[in-house]
Design a binder for this molecule. Structure first.
Ligand code: K2U
Ligand code: ZN
Length: 171
């Protein structure tokens, strides 16, 4: 399992670099990220969140948690002007949930773990999630869209959750 950086860790603000070649190390990182995502009950995870600053996202929206997707050097283009709110959470901001407005339909262009091209139009939760993960690769966290007051509350909340987790020791 990989340690997930917690807000407001400044490393989460690093801009991820493009992946030049899908090396064996990157394939290992992909496997580790998928395992870490499942363990943390996430449906997405960006490499930035595990302190690897490359353009790599893993995601699994399936019920049985058995169809992970990999997006390398992703590019997301909104296909609609209209934005819709969605109650977002983030593995780097534990126990904080709040509404964020995003375009509900986007185009994803990326490479998969075999270097094959991905070019899809997606909507709904997949569209929300890929935009949330893309933000991570650009050093943006969903709380950045919230009010200053909510950002302060989020910082306090994360501090408490981390203290409790440290007391409980590694589960
Ligand atoms: O931290 C992450 O990037 C994982 C995010 C991905 C995500 C954010 C907002 C909306 C959908 C997905 C979540 O922590 S995964 C947990 C989760 C699951 C379903 C709905 C919201 C959050
Ligand atoms: Zn997140």
């Amino acid at each position: 399992l990989l340690p997930i950086l917690n807000y407001p860790d400044p490393r989460l603000r690093t801009i991820a670099k493009p992946v030049k070649e899908v090396t064996a190390e990157i394939k290992t990182l992909i496997a580790d990220m998928i395992e870490t995502m499942y363990d943390a009950q996430g449906i997405g995870l960006a490499a930035s969140q595990v302190d690897h600053h490359i353009q790599l996202i893993v995601m699994d929206l399936s019920e049985d948690k058995n169809s992970p997707r990999v997006f390398i050097n992703p590019k997301v283009t909104p296909l609609v002007e209209e934005k819709q709110p969605y109650e977002e959470g983030c593995l780097s901001v534990p126990d904080v949930y709040d509404k964020v407005e995003r375009p509900n339909k986007v185009r994803i262009e990326a490479l998969d773990e075999n270097g094959e091209k991905i070019d899809e139009e997606v909507e709904g939760l997949l569209a929300v999630c890929i935009q949330h993960e893309m933000d991570h690769l650009n050093g943006v966290i969903f709380v950045d869209y919230l009010s200053r007051l909510k950002q302060t509350r989020a910082r306090d909340k994360v501090r408490k959750v981390i203290k409790i987790r440290e007391k409980q020791g590694e589960h």
